[in-house]
Structure formats: structure tokens, C-alpha cells
Design a protein around this ligand. Structure first.
Ligand SMILES: Nc1ncnc2c1ncn2[C@@H]1O[C@H](COP(=O)(O)OP(=O)(O)OP(=O)(O)O)[C@@H](O)[C@H]1O
Length: 459
């Protein structure tokens, strides 16, 4: 990634005038200096950040937090009320479905229209058309007016145009969720290749996993303000913590997130990096020991995650979590392919119905590797009395490549027809899979792949 700045936003605000009655707007227009009939609503407030060339940045936040407004300001569709914005390079944006398309024009005509908006000549667009048509893959509909398209076709064409016009900065707003699975896969592949080609990508999504997978960093917006900017895995976890917090705790949690943000960014100190450093240091030591064949699993103090994300509990508390070997010793450096037990206790503070427990293993970039629940939804333990303490155990065989992984645990129950989290604890256990000698595995999970090479002919 270069040090060149692609997008610079400084103290941006977007203010809308809100009127209680439509007539008030008219009164204000007619008597501009008399009485103020509106209230100012800040869709964005004091927003500042920089995106480097080649960075992939996620923007997350609940509905109405200001994500689309921010994207529209970056793309120039909206002007900010206050602040400065600098963008270097050609932007291609996939904003709301249909934005930039004329419904009366055919697909082909709209491709040319978009090209013109981006500053391409008809000849230049003509060269790009075959790739766009191939990517969109909507058959003869390409010659039909886009008003006849299904939403899936629409997104196919919009995406095909956005990514095939050779942008320096690609902006994608959630729209991908509309395409089918195969098309989404094709889009992510293309986004990934644009990323590898050093393009800058700004990505708005409600899918935490996607943001973690695709983005180098993420911006968490709340009520028009940036409350966290940094590591995407951490941003998503903090966002979910805020989202699922009980109403009365939301303000407190928001303040904690802002404090975390100023601690990480203000002092130039990245908690995540620091944590990873501790982990990596311990890995180096462990790697040395590990080169002996038959090294037994053990507990490495350096691997303890000192900063897990603990959600506000809603009637139960998970505690005393550990991974154990067959001798019931607590360990966190594991051997590939051996059987281990994840154990945790849960204390219930209220009577609960239909209770299920779960575990998930994630990579350090937040990719879900595997997980399980003790029962399917609706088939949990019918009733658990307040004051009960249970011990939960999951046995698992980590057939994973060497490296560090994180475990999260959760307990859910049904409350008024909805399943809610009573408690969940994110990344509470970090564990490492030891190096294996002579392993030909080159990816995350071992699916017992074998290979054969045959001689067919020798000339
Ligand atoms: N033209 C407008 N006039 C008044 N308020 C507006 C206008 N456009 C947006 N807003 C308000 O600004 C806030 C931010 O809107 P925005 O669409 O940016 O949110 P968002 O985070 O993209 O939401 P979502 O996830 O639902 O798409 C919202 O409260 C919205 O109601």
C-alpha cells in the first residue's frame, strides 16, 4: 500500500433543515430574516479521516448513522454543509440500486451514459462494452430498457459497469446483497483482484463478516459521528457490541468505544497490533520448541487475549472458559488433528426458556472457520431456573494450518418469540496450532486432500 492519500475528509458536516410542517418551509422562504421555522439535523458531524491509495475501507453503522450520506459526499453527489474533501483519482460508485441509470434507456445505452459521466469517450466505452456485457451476463435483456429489469439484473449491470471502467477508487454500497450467490462470488473475486491491483475500495455493508474479510480498516459511524476507526475485525465487534447492548447501556458503551478509539488513534498506539505482537513473539518462541517432533500441547501465557470483547450480559454470564487436552489440562498451543475439549460455565440470573449454547472458531482476520451449537433453534433446553450454573463442553479436532485462532462462546434463549443472546464473549480464547513437519497443506483447513501424478506418455 502506498503512502499517497486517495481520499481526505476534514471536519465534514452535513446539515439538513427539518420542518415540523411543510408550510413552515414556505414561511421561512418568504420571510428569511424573521423567524426560524426549522431545526438543524446533523446527518454527519465533524467527520475527518484519510484513506490511502490501495486501502480497502469498510463503513459500518446502524440504519441512519450517515453511511450513504458520507459515500454521496465522497462521490460528489452531495455537497457537505461544512468541511473539506479531497479525492485523487477516478471514482466509480455503486450507490443505491439504479442511481446513475435512466430507466427508459436500454442496458447498452446506460453503459454509454455511465461512461460519459465518468469522462470516457464513446470509442473508449466501446472497447469496454464486451467485458461489461460478459460480466453482467443478462442475455438479451442488455438491449431492453432497464425499467423491465428485475432487481438482480439491475445489480448485475450496475456492478459490471462500476468495476469494468478501470476506476482508481471503487465505492460499493451494500448493493451486492441483491445478486445471487454465484454472482456475489464473481463480484467478490473481482473486488479482490481490484484490491490486489492496488485500487482504493470503500465498502458500506451491514455484513460484519464481509467487512472483516475484505477491509484493511473500518469506520464505525453512529448518529453521524465517527466513533471508531481502525482494525476492521475490532470495529465490527465493537459495532455489534453496541448494536446488541440493552437500551440503558448504549450510551455508556458508546463512550467506551470512543475512549478505545482515542486510545488507539490518539496516542498512535494500536491495541490490536500490540496484542498481535505479544502473540507473534510467543509464536516465535513456540516455533523453536515446536520443531522437535512429537512436541506435546501446552499452555503459553503469552497467548492470553488480554482484551477480549465482552458483551453486556442479558440474564446469564459465561465464565471459566478453557481448552483442555485428554488429561483435562488447560492448554492453548494445540497439535493438528488431536481431539480437544472447549469447556465453559454459564450462570443464569433469570429463568430462561429454550436455551442453546454455541462456539465459533475464527481466524485473526475474523473469518469464521467452524462453529457449532448444542441444539437447533427452538430445540434448546426447555427451561433453566435462575441461579443454575451449567458446564458446557464442545469436543473438536482442529485440522487447521499452523497459526493463531480465536474462540468465541455464546448462550441464547427465546424471549417473547425471539431468540436473544443472554451472553456472548468474543475472542475470549486465543489458541495456536503447532507447525507440522512435512505438511503439504497450503490453506486454512485440512480436507484430507491427497494427490497423484501419473505418467501418461513419454516422447
Ligand atoms: N434529504 C434529507 N433530508 C433530511 N434528512 C435526511 C436526508 N437524507 C438523509 N437524511 C437523514 O440523515 C441521516 C443519515 O442518513 P443515511 O442515509 O446517510 O444513513 P445510512 O447510515 O446510510 O442508513 P441506512 O443503513 O439505512 O442506509 C438519517 O437520519 C436520514 O434520515
Amino acid at each position: 500500500m502506498s503512502n499517497e492519500i486517495a481520499v481526505k475528509i476534514k471536519n465534514i458536516a452535513k446539515v439538513y433543515k427539518l420542518y415540523d410542517n411543510p408550510i413552515d418551509r414556505l414561511k421561512e422562504t418568504l420571510h428569511p430574516f424573521k423567524k426560524k421555522y426549522h431545526r438543524d439535523f446533523y446527518a454527519l458531524k465533524n467527520v475527518s479521516f484519510e484513506i490511502k491509495k490501495g486501502e480497502t475501507v469498510g463503513i459500518i453503522g446502524k440504519n441512519g448513522s450517515g453511511k450513504s450520506t458520507l459515500l454521496k459526499i465522497i462521490t460528489g453527489v452531495l455537497n457537505p454543509t461544512l468541511g473539506l474533501i479531497e479525492v485523487k483519482g477516478k471514482i466509480s460508485a455503486l450507490l443505491e440500486l439504479g442511481a446513475g441509470f435512466n430507466p427508459e434507456f436500454t442496458g447498452i445505452e446506460n453503459i454509454y451514459l455511465n461512461g460519459t459521466i465518468m469522462g470516457y469517450t464513446k470509442e473508449e466505452m466501446g472497447k469496454k462494452i464486451p467485458d461489461i456485457i460478459e460480466f453482467a451476463d443478462i442475455g438479451d435483456f442488455i438491449n431492453q430498457p432497464v425499467k423491465t429489469y428485475s432487481s438482480g439484473m439491475f445489480v448485475r449491470l450496475a456492478f459490471a459497469v462500476a468495476i469494468n471502467v478501470d476506476p482508481d477508487i471503487l465505492i460499493v454500497d451494500e448493493a451486492l446483497a441483491v445478486g445471487d450467490d454465484l454472482f456475489q462470488r464473481k463480484c467478490y473475486f473481482k473486488i479482490d483482484s481490484l484490491k490486489k491491483a492496488g485500487k482504493t475500495i470503500i465498502f458500506v455493508s451491514h455484513s460484519g463478516n464481509l467487512v472483516i474479510e475484505l477491509c484493511d480498516k473500518a469506520i464505525l459511524l453512529d448518529a453521524g459521528e465517527i466513533i471508531y476507526i481502525g482494525n476492521s475485525n475490532r470495529a465490527v465487534n465493537l459495532y455489534q457490541k453496541l448494536l446488541f447492548a440493552p437500551m440503558e447501556k448504549k450510551t455508556l458503551i458508546k463512550e467506551q468505544i470512543i475512549k478505545t478509539n482515542s486510545c488507539e488513534n490518539g496516542q498512535g498506539k494500536q491495541i490490536d497490533d500490540e496484542q498481535l505482537l505479544i502473540i507473534n513473539n510467543s509464536l516465535d518462541i513456540a516455533n523453536d520448541i515446536d520443531s522437535e517432533p512429537g512436541q506435546e500441547e501446552y499452555f503459553d501465557e503469552g497467548l492470553i487475549n488480554t482484551d477480549p470483547i465482552i458483551y453486556e450480559n442479558m440474564g446469564a454470564r459465561i465464565f471459566d472458559y478453557k481448552i483442555m487436552n485428554f488429561k483435562c489440562e488447560s492448554i492453548n498451543v494445540l497439535r493438528f488433528g488431536r481431539r480437544y475439549t472447549l469447556s465453559y460455565k454459564v450462570e443464569f440470573f433469570t429463568n430462561c426458556n429454550n436455551v442453546r449454547f454455541g462456539m465459533t472458531i475464527k481466524t485473526k482476520t475474523g473469518i469464521d472457520i467452524s462453529g457449532a451449537a448444542t441444539a437447533n433453534p427452538g430445540q434448546g433446553i426447555p427451561f433453566i431456573k435462575s441461579g443454575t450454573i451449567l458446564n458446557i463442553e464442545f469436543e473438536f479436532v482442529p485440522k487447521l494450518t499452523s497459526g493463531v485462532y480465536f474462540l468465541r462462546c455464546g448462550v441464547v434463549a427465546i424471549d417473547k418469540d425471539n431468540e436473544i443472546f443472554l451472553d456472548r464473549q468474543i475472542d475470549v480464547i486465543a489458541f495456536r496450532i503447532m507447525e507440522r513437519e512435512n505438511s503439504l497443506m497450503n490453506s486454512l483447513v485440512d480436507l484430507d486432500i491427497t494427490s497423484n501424478v501419473f505418467e501418461i506418455e513419454v516422447s
